[in-house]
Design a protein around this ligand. Structure first.
Ligand SMILES: NC(=O)C1=CN([C@@H]2O[C@H](COP(=O)(O)OP(=O)(O)OC[C@H]3O[C@@H](n4cnc5c(N)ncnc54)[C@H](O)[C@@H]3O)[C@@H](O)[C@H]2O)C=CC1
Ligand SMILES: O=C(CO)COP(=O)(O)O
Length: 418
């Protein structure tokens, strides 16, 4: 067990309060309460504010609480009822979650930042956070998606790290939020590869950089292209418990949420992003009524494309065994193709003959699909690389979503050409 001999405690903020953002906040709040020798008990949860009435599927529908009458801010409702009535209705949240509508206030003095929003919103959030966070904070991204720009494809753990000047790992796994929130057992994977102190960096007066330096210190860091580079990071002051694999395990592990911490940050993040495209494909073929064999076929081809993409574009910084051995890979693929939102909405879109965006709006009550956007992001990148034909399943999903191909074409499209 991790024992704390340090004088300062970590303050934890979750940036995001959707379906997964709230379920993760619940886990963290339970652990912060139990391990209040290491963590501040209160977990701040940043909420993108909106006004609503307590809905019928809430545990508090028609209760006599003042916030249950008429329209109120979601933050006020969460703080009064300890339930996220919109994104995780029916689940009692620990009282030590504080829903906060101010991003700046939510991250103030936090040493640990957990990023958990739909990926389309994270860049703007990072822009708003610049200069507002502790410079020696460390992060974990629970976001499933990729960041495609002119220069290429990056993972959000990297993008967040670069934009905020902090180190950020990743968390991903077979973790359908509603099941995790009901405390049904599952596994997850955390990727964290903390920078090593650069032994050649000038040592400041008064000791080693890790002990006394409060200014920028140069670290050697391996990025997702496998390149070692010198990056400047603020070391965590030594009066805090070190942020390492053991600390992440202590913060996230629950009897119902089993954590494995690995060093393959890129593999964890990439697996979570790419499986969402495959889940859309699985939904398409299931919507056609083609049965489990067809679904298994797209899962097989999809897993191979995941491994190929990781190897081709993330080089030696990725361990492809993460895709086959960790929850963040094949297990996430299986659960997402069974009961995930991408799967369910893609299936309904075929069954109802309606665009998936329409189904998303009708069925998800404000929750967001990631697979459709990721299919477009990955396609943009593959096109630029001239590699669309090497990834027939990823390409097919994008083309079907764009109306350029039909689901009936999937079998012939993914068959290797002789
Ligand atoms: N829900 C799940 O079962 C799981 C989700 N994930 C991943 O976690 C990430 C977050 O997903 P969820 O928490 O499920 O989100 P969600 O799908 O429930 O999305 C709704 C959230 O987006 C926020 N939002 C809407 N418009 C916004 C805006 N303009 N700016 C900022 N926020 C806005 C809403 O306030 C709400 O918090 C995604 O990348 C997802 O793939 C990972 C594992 C499981
Ligand atoms: O990532 C998930 C499960 O691990 C959830 O996937 P969906 O977003 O498709 O529901």
């Amino acid at each position: 067990m991790l024992l704390s001999t340090n004088s300062k405690k970590h303050k934890v903020t979750v940036i995001g309060s959707g379906n997964w953002g709230t379920a993760i906040s619940k886990i963290l709040a339970e652990n912060c309460r139990e391990r209040n020798d290491i963590f501040h008990e209160t977990v701040e949860m940043w909420v993108f504010e909106e006004k609503l009435e307590v809905p019928k599927n809430s545990m508090h529908y028609k209760s006599s609480e003042p916030v249950c009458q008429g329209q109120h801010n979601l933050t006020d409702i969460i703080n009064a009822l300890n339930e996220n009535v919109k994104y995780l209705p029916g689940v009692a949240l620990p009282k030590n979650i504080h829903a906060n509508p101010s991003l700046e206030d939510a991250v103030r003095d936090s040493t640990i930042l957990i990023f958990n929003v739909p990926h389309q919103f994270i860049i703007r959030i990072c822009d708003q956070l610049q200069g507002k966070i502790l410079p020696y904070a460390r992060g974990i991204s629970c976001i499933k998606g990729v960041d495609v720009e002119e220069e290429g494809v990056s993972l959000f753990s990297e993008t967040i790290g670069k934009k905020l000047g902090i180190y950020c790992g990743s968390l991903s796994g077979a973790n359908i939020a509603n099941e995790v929130a009901k405390e049904l057992w599952c596994e997850t994977t955390i990727g964290y590869d903390p920078p090593h102190l650069d032994s050649k960096a000038p040592t400041p007066a008064g000791g080693s950089p890790s002990q006394s330096q409060v200014d920028l210190v140069s670290f050697e860091h391996k990025d997702s292209s496998g390149q070692y580079s010198k990056v400047k990071l603020r070391p965590l002051p030594t009066d805090y418990p070190p942020i390492d694999h053991a600390l992440w395990w202590t913060l996230f592990h629950r009897p119902y949420f089993h954590v494995r911490v690995v060093s393959d940050v890129a593999g964890v993040a990439l697996g979570g992003a790419l499986k969402n495209i495959i889940a859309v494909a699985a939904g398409f073929v299931d919507g056609m009524g083609w049965g489990d064999n067809a679904k298994a076929a797209v899962m097989r081809v999809g897993l191979l494309e995941m491994v190929k993409f990781g190897t081709q574009f993330f080089g030696n910084s990725i361990e492809t065994k993460t895709f086959t051995e960790e929850s963040a890979g094949v297990a996430d693929l299986i659960t997402s193709c069974s009961g995930g939102r991408n799967f369910r909405c893609a299936k309904l879109s075929v069954q109802r003959g309606a665009p998936i965006e329409e189904i998303e709006k009708q069925e998800l009550n404000g929750q967001k699909l990631q697979g459709t956007l990721t299919a477009a992001d990955i396609n943009k990148f593959l096109k630029k690389q001239g590699a669309e034909k090497d990834y027939p399943l990823f390409t097919a999903v994008h083309r079907i979503l764009k109306g350029e191909m039909s689901v009936e074409d999937i079998p012939s499209h993914i068959e290797p050409k002789l």
